[in-house]
Design a protein around this ligand. Structure first.
Ligand SMILES: [Zn+2]
Length: 307
């Protein structure tokens, strides 16, 4: 059986490593790299039913739930604020008076909450499969859909947000084309945030199915015929990240650094709209520091049209 790249469908692919997971579902899965578009991808991937069951058995798939604790929630809000800033800086959406936004996979809606406070929104719709998130999503005022096919096709949006979703999609091109063709207005934007090649530094990568870098997106942009307005790496360089959470001493070390940073930042003026904990986390994770070398996150804005 011929294996093709999940992103560009080329057959110029090379085996990299076995897929590291605790789940039996990924027992025979391997990670391959594509010479054409530079993406990496998991193959074979579990079928839809098995994946759905896998997600349902995970205790927590969305970050920052109500009882997650102060640090986890602060982390979620801090990231949301850096993402909202990126959207503001790279689109003209602040100038539009009645914005319609569609977010796919909002989790508990941290980004939705921040954006609804700082932009003039008339409709913030979300598609979320994790039912645990619905109550919070409704509370902050979003229109919740549990299935993308339930949104009417003439309902089009000024901005589609896909934050930490694309890496879970086995066929990203058809996913993006469907969103663009059915739900995006002319001269409107898609914001994407994904981890950059996290198979290189994570102990376990499940359930991520594709692993992208900047070059992958220049390829994706061409295939789906959008205009790449801005793309940047953010966060720590991936060569310096050690996310092996089984290392007890490393975890303790990180906690001490965080407490030290918080103490340092309590009296610091000019923290923008971040509180002391958020500001400290932002500093440690370099969450709003742009970089030219591969870093923890890739953020980009695509535009539908050239005007
Ligand atoms: Zn490829």
């Amino acid at each position: 059986m011929k294996i093709l790249c999940s992103v560009c469908k080329s057959n110029k692919i090379f085996f990299k490593i076995n897929y590291n997971s605790n789940s039996k579902l990924f027992l025979n899965t391997k990670i391959y790299n594509c010479k054409i578009c530079s993406s990496s991808f998991a193959y074979p991937v579990p079928d839809q039913d098995n994946l759905k069951r896998y997600y349902e058995t995970q205790s927590e798939t969305s970050i920052g739930q109500e009882n997650a604790g102060l640090i986890n929630k602060s982390f979620a809000y801090m990231l949301a604020k850096t993402r909202a800033k990126f959207i503001e800086n790279n689109t003209n959406l602040k100038k539009i008076k009645s914005l319609k936004i569609l977010e796919v996979g909002p989790g508990y809606g941290h980004l939705a909450e921040i954006i609804m406070k700082s932009f003039a929104i008339t409709d913030y719709s979300v598609v979320e499969y994790d039912k645990k998130c619905f109550k919070k999503l409704k509370k902050i005022g979003t229109n919740v859909f549990d299935d993308i096919n339930k949104i009417k096709k003439y309902n089009k949006y000024n901005l589609i947000i896909i934050s930490h979703v694309l890496e879970h999609i086995a066929n990203p091109i058809s996913f993006l084309l469907k969103l663009k063709n059915n739900f995006l207005k002319e001269n409107s934007f898609i914001f994407i945030d994904v981890p950059c090649e996290d198979w290189k530094y994570k102990a376990y990568v499940d359930p991520h199915l594709i692993f992208l870098n900047k070059y992958s997106f220049s390829y994706i942009n061409k295939i789906i015929k959008t205009n790449l307005i801005k793309i940047s790496y953010f966060g720590e360089n991936i060569n310096t990240i050690n996310d092996n959470e089984t290392n007890f001493y490393l975890r303790q070390y990180k906690k001490i650094i965080l407490i030290f940073q918080i103490l340092l930042n309590i009296f610091k003026k000019n923290k923008g709209n971040y509180n002391s904990i958020q500001y400290s986390l932002k500093t440690i994770f370099k969450a709003d520091e742009e970089s030219n070398s591969k870093s923890r996150w890739i953020r980009l804005v695509l535009k539908n049209g050239y005007n």
